[in-house]
Design a protein around this ligand. Sequence first.
Ligand SMILES: Nc1ncnc2c1ncn2[C@@H]1O[C@H](COP(=O)(O)OP(=O)(O)O)[C@@H](O)[C@H]1O
Ligand SMILES: [Mg+2]
Ligand SMILES: [Zn+2]
Length: 506
Amino acid sequence: MLARVLSATVVGIQAAPIDVEVDFAVGLPGCHIVGLPDAGVKEGRVRIRGALENSGFKLPSRRITVNLAPADLRKDGAAFDVPIAVGMLCAAGLIAPDRLADSVFVGELALDGSLRPVRGVLPIAAWARNGQARRLFIPPENAAEAALVADGCAVIPVARVADLVSTLNGTGAITAVSAPPLATFSPAGNADLADVRGQAVARRALEIAAAGGHNLLFVGPPGSGKTMLARRLPGIMPPLAFEEGLETTMVYSVAGLLGGRALVRDRPFRAPHHTVSVAGLVGGGPACRPGEISLAHNGVLFLDELLEFQRPVLEALRQPLEERTVNIVRARRNVEYPADFMLVTALNPCPCGHLGSPVRTCTCSLAGIAAYRARLSGPLLDRIDMHVDVPALSYRELTDQATGESSATVRARVMEARDRQASRAGSATATNARLGTRDMNRHTALDDDGHDLLERAVDRFALSARAIMRVRRVARTIADLAGCDRIAAPHIAEALQYRVLDRPVE
Ligand SMILES: Nc1ncnc2c1ncn2[C@@H]1O[C@H](COP(=O)(O)OP(=O)(O)O)[C@@H](O)[C@H]1O
Ligand SMILES: [Mg+2]
Ligand SMILES: [Zn+2]
């Protein structure tokens, strides 16, 4: 007897349907799984047998063959336990085949017959409701994410195999989850700019970065507040739109990081340690998971102590920074994850950390400082529009009781500046950081004073052509924040301040 069960897996953040065929044949008892299963799928044989026996189901002593199709797609993880078990029960005559029509099954089994959560249920639910199925059977912990998108398809959370069988046979019924329980979560936490004392220049730079989508580098001694400032960037960017949040949630679902919650509500903030591997940062690895850059999708990636990261890790950032997605080749397939993030990085000014400090003495040689800075990857630095000094605060500044502006106030200005960029470009998501060469000339025209000023700066600091482009982009954002159509000399002057690494070490 042959049984067919519909299941699905994910490639990138897209669902891919998988047909599970189970055949019972005369022969030595045993179970074979074919169709490019990985070790996790194969181990399912043990889990499934235990789960079925402990739920009181007895399978005939036959040779069982399980085929997962299409054969050229690698199947990993344990999410096929449930569809395989359902196929076995159907092939054994314990569930009628017509009961499986229009139904999709995913889930891992525990030996006691309960269902465990799996990764990637959100994309699978989005696919299922797209006319692929009328019922989606899933572990209870995945119910919230599935219900988020699955209108038109009943989401049926199943705690145990026995409940699944009785529901399918119509002898018992589990109620479908209907209204999405809005279990939202915020991967960034909620830190407010009002907590930051002093640092007027760095705060202003953060606002400009948020307004124009400019990648940013903070240079300053340990403890000056670089991490504190960076953490507050998501909170001054425009709020996450529902569709953006859904896309970010897809990544968290595929990474298995939702933990029963439904929707990413705020922009994420990710700060991987400098020991992170290439696969950890950009994605991939044996289990093919999204990396930190995709977990930061629609939010902020923060790289603290930039020079401590391994060079190949930093090099791996270039393509995603350019393309806003990352492509990983895996088992002859190209897996794509979204990776549209703002990059904030931090750096000590010199090896000892105290260069420029009014109170501590820098013990580094000029040659030592030059060698340290030379380690900055040129191509990566080329994608960072702004470098900003974050000096150590004086005791007086640190203990000042006056609170700074709140994130909400700053965000309102950022959103106005974004509106100006959007209407100029005719696209809701356009930012000055992404201005192409053609639009650049059209939109960043300078007045005469602006030209003069930029020319003098180019002469004095030997600014490269690329650096000039960056200054003009940032000046465009500064003008947008000021509500000006034309870029004037003061906007250029301010933008030039945010190029500290172009200046010689004093
Ligand atoms: N400007 C500031 N306003 C308020 N607290 C600050 C400021 N700068 C530093 N701090 C305090 O010092 C701690 C260390 O700051 P941090 O952001 O980690 O410094 P850095 O990343 O530059 O080494 C913060 O957690 C905060 O308590
Ligand atoms: Mg820090
Ligand atoms: Zn030093």
